[in-house]
Design a protein. Structure first.
Length: 132
């Protein structure tokens, strides 16, 4: 199920139709991961994983402890995600899709938006994602 994702001004074609976001919480320094599916009109959260808990990072009531992570099913569908690095962790997010991972949104104060995109927008090869 191929889909396309706008990552800032770049369009990424996703052969598997989804992606994983990975980052470290700026206050608690806890690793967080989310799996997303791209549809023509929305991004749908499939599940999230948290390596621990802390202020603002408590696992949901339906979370289970699995292989060192709190794992929760997704209950969210949004038209777009805007990511804004605080600068407190020295990094942004890692976006992984189709076996390739890239850092995105690393510049504090420079948000990056992820959104479904039409695949006829001349998608670029996944290796061409630039730092945003």
């Amino acid at each position: 199920m191929s889909a396309c994702l706008a990552v800032g001004a770049v369009v990424l074609q996703l052969a598997a139709g989804g992606f994983t976001l990975h980052w470290t919480h700026s206050v608690e320094r806890v690793v967080w991961e989310e799996d997303w599916r791209v549809t023509p009109t929305a991004l749908t959260l499939l599940r999230s994983r948290i390596k621990g808990s802390g202020a603002g990072m408590e696992p949901g009531p339906d979370a289970i402890w699995q292989d060192g992570w709190w794992v929760s099913p997704g209950h969210l569908s949004v038209p777009a995600l805007t990511l804004a690095a605080s600068g407190a962790t020295g990094q942004g997010w890692t976006l992984c899709a189709d076996g390739v991972c890239r850092d995105i949104g690393t510049d504090a104060g420079k948000p990056i938006t992820l959104a479904p995109a039409p695949c006829d927008m001349a998608p670029v090869h996944r290796d061409e994602i630039m730092q945003n």
